[in-house]
Ligand binder design. Structure first.
Ligand code: NAP
Length: 250
């Protein structure tokens, strides 16, 4: 795990990942660089980790401080150790449905749908948000399972109307309590990816849980929903990376 600077949310995420490694018995190392770290220092560290045989997965916690180029850093990670699945090689493989790793948050959401026996095939799936780490791959995974997918963003017209079509609605917007009851169809499955802070600084999601919960058939809470699934998928990806790098077959 590589963390640069002292963003409190990033610190929490890295600590949670560290705890998860301990819980499942993975060896882990943390590299905490100061906010003043240079691009060269960060790339040198990634290169060192690429060549360490006892490290199978590399996580660079995003966002990086503004003076650093996150795209160049992600591109420097050996794709076989890219357990976040952010590298262009892994993103391309996901598009082609021939992947080694799936991006952790969307894959965690799919795992939840599977474990609750919620079918995706033929369903109207609406994803709000088109980021490279959540929205876009989320849409792709739903499409791979034969959902009819619409991806919305800040320029989408009539957002509420589009959302009301959804049998499965995924919110990945980053705005606290953005999805209100009038945006949700009766009986819809609502997945809240958001990790936001409300007006009192309390952790909340992108969905207004209280108003939406009685309208839908399933809803994920924040905290305790998509977040833990993301970390569980990260552990799964890391185990897979270790197996691939050591030619271990299941
Ligand atoms: P992001 O990169 O900021 O993307 C937000 C997306 O929401 C963008 O595509 C943006 O559209 C869209 N959006 C913003 N305002 C909108 C509006 N008014 N109407 C419709 N769409 C709008 O965020 P992200 O990294 O995807 O993260 C989204 C949320 O998920 C955040 O709360 C983040 O903390 C959380 N998150 C949680 C986990 C987890 O493990 N639970 C993991 C990752 C992220 P444009 O593209 O047009 O700007």
């Amino acid at each position: 795990m590589v963390i640069v600077g002292d963003d409190p949310a990033s610190r929490v995420y890295v600590n949670n990942k560290k705890k998860a490694c301990e819980a499942v018995g993975f060896y882990s190392e943390e590299y905490a660089l100061p906010a003043s770290a240079t691009q060269e220092e960060l790339l040198d560290l990634v290169n060192t980790l690429n060549s360490k045989a006892d490290i199978n997965g590399i996580l660079v916690q995003l966002p990086l401080p503004k003076h650093l180029d996150d795209k160049a850093v992600i591109a420097a990670i050996n794709p076989q150790k890219d357990v976040d699945a952010f590298h262009a090689v892994n993103v391309g493989k996901i598009m082609l449905c021939e992947y080694d790793f799936l991006p952790c948050t969307p894959a965690g959401v799919m795992e939840m749908l599977h474990s609750y026996d919620i079918p995706v095939e033929g369903k109207e799936c609406v994803v709000i948000g088109r980021s490279n780490i959540v929205g876009k791959p989320m849409g792709m995974l739903l499409l791979h399972e034969n959902g009819t997918v619409t991806i919305c963003h800040s320029r989408t017209k009539n957002l509420a109307e589009v959302c009301r079509r959804a049998d499965i609605l995924v919110a990945a917007v980053g705005i606290p309590k953005f999805v209100k009851a009038d945006m949700v169809k009766d009986g819809a499955v609502v997945i809240d990816v958001g990790m936001d802070r409300d007006e009192n600084g309390k952790l909340c999601g992108d969905v207004d849980f209280e108003s939406v919960k009685d309208k839908c058939s399933f809803i994920t809470p924040v905290p305790g929903g998509v977040g833990p699934m993301t970390i569980a998928t990260l552990m799964k990806n890391t185990l897979k990376a270790c197996k691939l790098q050591n030619n271990i077959n299941d």
